[in-house]
Ligand binder design. Structure first.
Ligand code: BTN
Length: 308
């Protein structure tokens, strides 16, 4: 409700009476008063005049649950929003939810998880940490494809110059700027939930400076609400097509055009065979050409560039 009150204040150029807000939202004046107090506590400058009501002065967009909820409503999405100051892991939390779909954002994670059992360093201020939980009514084999789909949406939201490092990383200037951890909760052979977890580096962290870049290092324009607008709109647009086609042929061209590996020499981490990256299959698997010119399909694991 606070986000609805905030939206009304933003829309109105003059004072709005508590009565009018209460009527519009079908709640009591006392609950409006409580909302206003909570919004003030959050840092919004709201003037209250007993004769006229409330007015928002110097509105500056913030990044909090209310603004995210406003965005979700504006976009016409049916997504519940959770915003934590601190949490163990937004992906883990998403697993416990009963909502139809949800966006979970945290300022810091105490047990952030990465792909392949790794940890994801999630200190306050260093990054944006979030999970999108959906229930798409799809079979479990879609996991890899949903990661590819998310990578396209994430790249679009980060920067035109970002590249997709198969299967789940976003790279700029030869360094990682974001990673995706897609998890499924399945029941027999139906997907109950899909959780797309994203860690985006906002600040440059010394410990990772050789392998990671960040929004600040790349001097990218970044507004978290606009980031979510682009990401969510691209993601749901692609998901809509995907639920009908159940393959990613429709994004193959884009995946290959923005691929970090395309036609480059690579190796599979843990093996010493060399390959050339030839693209992505309709099912999301990578296509690698081996040293005798045969094509091999890779569906799991990690690929790295061969450095000379
Ligand atoms: C990777 O590159 O290994 C994937 C990293 C994914 C990290 C994000 S941060 C938000 C969400 N919650 C987690 O615990 N992990 C993902």
């Amino acid at each position: 409700m606070k986000s609805k009150v905030l939206a009304m204040l933003i829309k109105s150029e003059d004072y709005v009476s508590g009565n009018d807000i209460a009527k519009e939202l079908h709640v009591t004046r006392a609950s409006i008063w409580k909302c206003i107090k909570a919004l003030k506590d959050e840092g919004y400058e709201i003037d209250s005049l007993s004769s006229k009501g409330y007015k928002l002065i110097h509105y500056k967009r913030m990044f909090n649950r209310y603004e995210l909820e406003m965005l979700i409503r504006e976009m016409g999405l049916d997504v519940m929003v959770y915003h934590f100051d601190t949490i163990d892991s937004t992906n883990t939390f998403a697993k416990s939810l009963d909502d139809r779909s949800a966006l979970i954002v945290a300022n810091e994670q105490t047990s952030g998880r990465g792909r392949l059992g790794r940890t994801w360093s999630s200190k306050r201020g260093d990054g944006l940490y979030f999970s999108l939980m959906i229930r798409p009514n799809l079979p479990p084999y879609v996991l890899g494809m949903l990661t590819q789909l998310s990578a396209i949406a994430l790249r679009e939201a980060i920067s035109e110059k970002a590249l997709i490092k198969w299967p789940n990383d976003i790279f700029i200037s030869d360094k990682k700027i974001a990673g995706i951890l897609t998890e499924l909760i399945t029941e027999i052979d139906v997907v109950e939930k899909v959780i797309i977890g994203v860690g985006l580096n906002l600040k440059q962290v010394d410990d990772f400076k050789d392998v990671a870049t960040s929004i600040s290092e790349e001097a990218l324009d970044f507004d978290p609400i606009e980031f979510f607008r682009t990401f969510l709109s691209a993601f749901f647009r692609l998901l809509h097509t995907f639920t009908k086609t159940r393959n990613i042929a429709f994004i193959k061209e884009e995946l290959e055009k923005h691929s970090y590996f395309m036609n480059k020499e690579v190796y599979i981490v843990g093996s010493n065979k060399d390959y050339v990256f030839k693209g992505v299959m309709d099912n999301g698997n990578a296509i690698l050409e081996n040293s005798v010119g045969e094509l091999e399909e890779v569906f799991f694991g990690e690929i790295s560039l061969k450095r000379r």
